[in-house]
Design a protein around this ligand. Structure first.
Ligand code: GLN
Length: 275
């Protein structure tokens, strides 16, 4: 437990802190400023405790384009980033977005160091034991990609080979579920870019990833390709809070998402990143 907390603290310290775009002049008393939360574990915990008073700490992944990533100008952007900011604005609450990595983001919410997570997080039965989810806001299959020009074209071709997965993800679970059937070896990575790099370097022959993310990266120039017919196990993304916690935040997310879907803002955000 202590070890887990320590790693969370380290993750929080390393986190790229992206302040919400709201007007911080209207802060209620007791809400910790964005910067201190990432600097000090005690303050981070206090910030989470007092978040309901003003600012919610929302954990996210580091690089999971087009959902969250740093653009050419150095801005932290993406569908999740725009969605949570637009929902916060619509519902009149403030957020502090912490880019921790996928696994770390989920752990931060579990440990009460963040109030919610938006990270292309698939709604799964297993996760419902630890998290309360919003309605789905995006659908995604799991797929695998190989280096361009690779002769791996099916699950059968993975036999005896090493494949890359990202720790704690739906894609990793899916790979594990078919590992024995197809006889491949699994190597885990903590973020998507490192996983793609490993395939490009030829250490692993394929990586399991969510289809929209893989397709977007390929469209953006990643020298990978998705063999025909390898998509599987669809899931939907949801915003999550710790089980039984932050019910108000969750219901504001729900209400905001509904409004954004009705007023066209949701479609606008999706179109901005998927054109
Ligand atoms: N959708 C996948 C999951 O929830 C991957 C999310 C991610 O890597 N950010 O497990």
């Amino acid at each position: 437990m202590k070890k887990k907390v320590l790693s969370l603290v380290l993750a929080a310290m390393m986190a790229v802190t992206v302040a919400g775009c709201g007007n911080s002049g209207a802060q209620t008393e007791g809400a910790a400023p964005a910067e201190t939360a990432a600097e000090n574990s005690t303050e981070a915990a206090e910030a989470a405790d007092t978040a309901a008073g003003g600012k919610y700490i929302i954990a996210t992944d580091t690089v999971f384009a087009p959902f969250e990533f740093t653009d050419a100008e150095g801005n932290f952007v993406g569908i999740d980033v725009d969605l949570i900011n637009a929902i916060a604005e619509d519902q009149g609450f403030e957020i502090e977005l912490q880019s921790l990595g996928f696994d770390a983001a989920l752990l931060a919410v579990e440990a009460g160091q963040a109030d919610g997570v938006i990270a292309g997080m698939s709604i799964t039965e297993e996760r419902k034991a630890k998290f309360d989810f919003s309605d789905p806001y995006y659908d995604a299959d799991v797929t695998f990609a190989v280096a361009q020009g690779s002769d791996i074209a099916s699950y059968d071709d993975l036999a005896g080979k090493k494949v890359a997965v990202k720790t704690g993800t739906n894609g990793a679970d899916y790979a594990k579920s078919v590992q024995e059937q197809y006889g491949f070896e699994i190597v885990e990575f903590s973020d998507s870019p490192t996983m793609y790099q490993d395939v490009l370097a030829g250490n692993t022959v394929a990586c399991f990833e969510d289809y929209p993310v893989m397709a977007y990266n390929i469209q953006q120039g990643a020298k990978l390709q998705i063999p025909d017919g390898v998509n599987a196990a669809g899931s939907s993304y949801g915003f999550a809070v710790g089980k039984g916690k932050n019910a108000e935040l969750l219901s504001m997310f729900q209400a905001g998402l509904k409004n954004l879907k009705e007023n066209g803002k949701y479609d606008e955000i999706i179109a901005k990143y998927t054109k």
